[in-house]
Design a protein around this ligand. Structure first.
Ligand SMILES: [Zn+2]
Length: 128
């Protein structure tokens, strides 16, 4: 059965989730990478070797199904360790960057673009 390895991944997944109320963050309790929960994929016979998966993506797949290859799983709550499916949504890479900028998470980019546009304005006023 192809579903066997996926079931065991789900079983292992739930062992590391601090499951709370549906509207609260469910924090990942095992290892993290760059702040995101991570979990080994186990051995999928078709893939040969175990891979490291991100826990919030695994959560999304368990609850909603496969993630399109060009889409990312984003957090409404901005808590990278959170795997609550109610806090997850699909976005493109650009959505994710814009979301991060609007929330001030990529402050460097904000500062850069502000300084850049200010510089351009002062150039214009000087040439007028
Ligand atoms: Zn959350």
């Amino acid at each position: 059965m192809r579903t066997t390895s996926r079931d065991s991944l789900a079983n292992r997944f739930w062992k590391h989730v601090d499951k709370k109320e549906p509207n609260e963050c469910w924090n990942w309790t095992a290892a993290t990478a760059h702040g995101y929960g991570r979990i080994g994929s186990g051995s999928f016979p078709s893939e040969g070797r175990p891979r490291i998966l991100l826990a919030h993506r695994v959560s999304y797949e368990i609850h909603f199904g496969e993630i399109p290859s060009d889409m990312m799983v984003c957090h409404r709550c901005d808590n990278k360790r959170c795997v609550n499916p109610n806090h997850l949504f699909l976005g493109s890479q650009m959505d994710n960057i814009l979301d991060a900028v609007s929330k001030g998470r990529i402050s460097g980019l904000n500062r850069f673009s502000k300084r850049n546009s200010l510089g351009r304005f002062s150039n214009i006023s000087q040439s007028l």
